[in-house]
Design a protein around this ligand. Structure first.
Ligand code: FAD
Length: 319
């Protein structure tokens, strides 16, 4: 029987959604595979392990160590290699997150195995991934050896949670040592609580928002929708918002169900980060703006008129 590891990622004490998506991806690779969740941390890893089982993993292996409180290349590689040595899996699925992007090639190269990264779909033996900034897709497969893949968050739907589902959670003792990266402090950016890369809805502002205060109507709309707020580089460069909000080629790549672009022209570098969103709504006062070429719905108008009206209408619907 095929055995696949599904890597759980914990951020600020909570398991990230993409962790559950890794289980669904493993099932798509081989429906009959044994899926083993892998959970690392410095405490309370059992809770995350049980959640992984509720989302479809058969069992879980945890590694708890003080050196696994935050992600470090050395610490997580040692923990992952120990689990792989014990389990001898046929492959491992990780999120295409900062941790997954760093960890997957390290392990794959140590095991002389194949890695396909940033997958958005699985088609039989093939892994589908966007190339040329999302303008095309390529299919890749790994013929021999273990398969390592990272999946882009929000593309492979997680299985339904089944709270009655149970499975074995085993802890593995691993000596995690010689950590070369010392994390002295983790400074969290003030955020709206919804993680941009995993958000189902994003309200993004561009230079058309005109100021930091100009983002206020976007935040109000986002609050009503339970959305995250993002931005173009134009808005970040102008100092209207933090660079952690930047979406695009040199920012975050997002694939929400709904992307509302406000005052964004639609430069190719911005499109690289959001054009795979499922539904795109563009609000721009220039009818020739390039963003309308990728938008499913376009509103030609002043965002300071349109956005508050949208917010009011949505509030009225929700009451
Ligand atoms: P603008 O192009 O200035 O567009 C503002 C838009 O707002 C206009 O279309 C205007 O009609 C509209 N507008 C103005 N006022 C209103 C109003 N009141 N109501 C409605 N609409 C209004 N950009 C990114 O976003 N992400 C990246 O990751 C990125 N990486 C880059 C990497 C490189 C190497 C380079 C060279 C560039 C990169 N850029 C990136 C920059 C990119 O080329 C654009 O400059 C940037 O996306 C423009 O941002 P913008 O659309 O907000 O601003």
């Amino acid at each position: 029987m095929t055995k696949l590891l599904a890597f759980a990622e914990i951020k600020d004490g909570d398991i990230r959604n993409v962790s559950f998506e890794t289980i669904a991806a493993a099932r798509q690779i081989d429906e009959g595979a044994e899926v083993v969740a892998v959970v690392f941390g410095n405490k309370n890893v059992e809770e995350a392990a049980n959640q992984m089982i509720q989302y479809g993993a058969d069992r879980a292996v945890t590694v708890t160590h003080d050196n696994l409180e935050n992600y470090t290349s050395d610490g997580y590689t040692q923990a992952a290699m120990a689990v792989i040595e014990q389990e001898n899996p046929d492959g491992m699925v990780m999120g295409h997150t900062s941790a997954g992007k760093d960890l997957s090639p390290r392990i794959a190269s140590k095991l002389d195995s194949g890695l396909v990264s940033d997958i958005t779909a699985i088609d039989g033996e093939d892994f589908v991934r966007p190339i040329y900034s999302g303008k095309a897709f390529e299919k890749k497969s790994i013929k021999d050896g273990k398969k390592f893949i990272t999946i882009r968050p929000n593309n492979i739907a997680p299985l339904d949670q089944d709270e009655s589902r149970s499975g074995d959670v085993a802890s593995l003792d691993v000596e995690i040592k010689d950590i070369r990266t010392i994390i002295k402090e983790v400074v969290r950016k003030a955020s709206d609580g919804v993680d941009l890369s995993e958000a189902n809805i994003i309200v993004a502002g561009g230079r058309g928002v005109k100021s930091e205060e100009g983002f206020e109507p976007l935040h109000e709309l986002a609050d009503v929708l339970g959305a995250a707020v993002g931005a173009s580089r134009g808005a970040c460069d102008a100092g209207y918002c933090d660079y952690s909000l930047q979406i695009g080629q040199t920012g975050k790549v997002v694939t929400p169900d709904l992307y509302i672009a406000c005052g964004i022209s639609g430069a190719i570098q911005h499109l690289a980060g959001m054009s795979n969103s499922k539904v795109i709504v563009a609000i721009n006062k220039d009818p020739e703006a390039n963003i309308f070429n990728v938008a499913d719905y376009g509103i030609v108008g002043d965002l300071f008129d349109v956005v508050p009206k949208l917010t009011e209408e949505l509030k009225a619907i929700q009451v």
